[in-house]
Design a protein around this ligand. Structure first.
Ligand code: HEC
Length: 133
């Protein structure tokens, strides 16, 4: 009888701890998203559709985006932790937006093509990439 109580209490404690861990993860994620919005001035919720429309996902595996994931370019994950973008420009929000909108302007020899994405749309995509781990 007593053992049952111990098991019940232990199970409850584990559940509570798991719940608060999940809440903490969600909170961290929301903080990252807010920061990414502020840094770029973009709206990350618009990005998934844009990344399909402009073919980003066809060439890149993109953290946080399910569906197509190409291998032509490098995987896009932990972008916020990178020092350089495309190996040529310092990783700042402005440079990331510039790269996405026109990679050839930063590196004329880059294999990444101009996709036709606008600067405003590139801001949304940059916000999404910075919000991902
Ligand atoms: C035809 C394939 C192709 C398409 C489409 C494409 N990319 Fe790329 N992308 C590349 C290649 C190849 C590189 C590496 C080029 C380089 O470093 O010069 C790259 C590099 C990048 C980088 C720098 C990555 C790093 O590790 O520094 C980012 C960010 C990026 N692409 C985002 C995007 C986004 C966002 C889109 C959609 C608007 C997109 N790409 C569309 C091929 C593509």
């Amino acid at each position: 009888m007593r053992l049952r109580w111990i098991i019940l209490v232990a199970a409850l404690a584990a559940l509570t701890a798991g719940g608060s861990f999940a809440a903490l993860k969600i909170e961290r994620r929301n903080e990252r998203t807010d920061l990414a919005r502020n840094l770029t001035g973009g709206d990350p919720t618009r990005a998934p559709k844009l990344m399909i429309t402009y073919g980003c996902a066809g060439c890149h595996e993109i953290s946080g985006l399910a569906g197509p994931s190409g291998r032509v370019g490098p995987p896009l994950r932990s972008i916020g932790e990178r020092i350089y973008i495309g190996g040529v420009a310092t990783n700042t929000p402005e440079n990331l937006v510039r790269w996405i909108a026109n990679p050839k302007a930063l590196n004329a020899k880059s294999a990444m093509p101009l996709t036709g994405i606008s600067e405003a749309e590139a801001r949304d995509v940059a916000a999404f990439l910075y919000a991902q781990q």
